[in-house]
Unconditional design. Structure first.
Length: 318
């Protein structure tokens, strides 16, 4: 009696096939050569048929599963992720038939794939400007009409995407969805310097009479992404000014300028790693020196002279 009990216990522990031997009119055929591309794959190339069956439904499990599922049967057996699967069959919601094993393989990246950044590839990849914070570009892979998102591969950058410069993204397989990525599967991404503007401040006053020194020149630099960066980077001692009279090429440096209209151009001798100042972003202003008015002047009469055959040069006294 004890031996029989132990035998029954041992049989209870052994895995038993949970399907029935069904003779199909048409045997099911599992799909072969399936490769992951992010879309759901039909796991059978030939669906089973049986004339006596009213309804045949399917369930998909991991290939390691040994017991037919009792739920989740549907009309079409599909899977998306790479791996080994079992397709289970249920006849008339009653009998489960022996499953078919199907594999979805990882994508081979060894040839034909291109790296896209924000939807562009190669020289068409668009530059972005420095913003003071890290950029987060979208990296995808494309081959023909097939596109993979970053969930299917690994992407590493040559540096943090914050400061201005050119960075390289290198794509490698994650060995689940993708494999065999060549070292050449890369792309370049450029963060350009942000543009500054140097604007000459309007002089106060905007004009003086000849003989009066011009006011102090001043300019303002704008375009920094934060006030804190401007405070840290901008050095007013590196700012200078060029004063030229309209129609002349000579620059004036004296405090007292001759009468005329002047163009005042600011300049900055410093440089920045994340900013640049182009000549087109330097804004000038005008300044006027008016002639000095003479007041309280008298002119003495000119003395008569006798003709002597020479040119006469009468002199006035002011």
């Amino acid at each position: 009696m004890k031996k029989n009990f132990l035998l029954l216990m041992l049989m209870a522990l052994l895995p038993l096939a949970s399907w029935a031997a069904i003779t199909w009119d048409t045997d099911p055929v599992g799909a072969t050569g399936l490769t992951y591309d992010g879309t759901a794959k039909t796991l059978l190339t030939t669906a089973p048929t049986k004339s006596s069956a009213t309804l045949i439904t399917y369930a998909v499990t991991d290939a390691t599963v040994t017991t037919a599922p009792t739920t989740e049967y549907g009309a079409t057996p599909k899977a998306t992720e790479p791996g080994d699967y079992k397709v289970w069959f249920n006849v008339d919601d009653d009998t489960s038939a022996e499953p078919v094993t199907v594999t979805i393989g990882a994508i081979d990246l060894s040839s034909g794939w291109a790296v896209y950044i924000n939807g562009k590839t190669g020289s068409a990849i668009e530059k972005v400007a420095y913003t003071g914070v890290a950029h987060t570009p979208t990296v995808t892979l494309k081959k023909g009409s097939t596109e993979l998102t970053s969930a299917a591969f690994s992407a590493s950058w040559s540096g943090a995407l914050t400061n201005a410069g050119t960075y390289t993204v290198t794509v490698s397989g994650d060995n689940v969805h993708t494999k065999n990525a060549p070292a050449s599967l890369t792309a370049s991404y450029t963060i350009s310097k942000a543009q500054l503007t140097l604007t000459m401040s309007t002089p106060v006053p905007t004009s003086v009479e000849y003989g009066t020194a011009h006011p102090a020149w001043a300019a303002d630099m704008t375009g920094f992404v934060t006030d804190a960066e401007k405070t840290a980077l901008y050095d007013a001692t590196k700012q200078s000014y060029t004063v030229k009279k309209d129609g002349e090429s000579t620059a004036y440096t004296a405090d007292v300028l001759p009468a005329g209209t002047y163009t005042i151009t600011p300049a900055y001798s410093g440089t920045f790693s994340n900013y640049e100042l182009k000549n087109t972003n330097i804004i000038t202003t005008n300044f006027t020196v008016t002639p000095k008015a003479l007041t309280g002047l008298t002119v003495e009469g000119l003395a008569s002279k006798k003709y002597n055959g020479a040119v006469q040069k009468p002199a006035s006294v002011v």
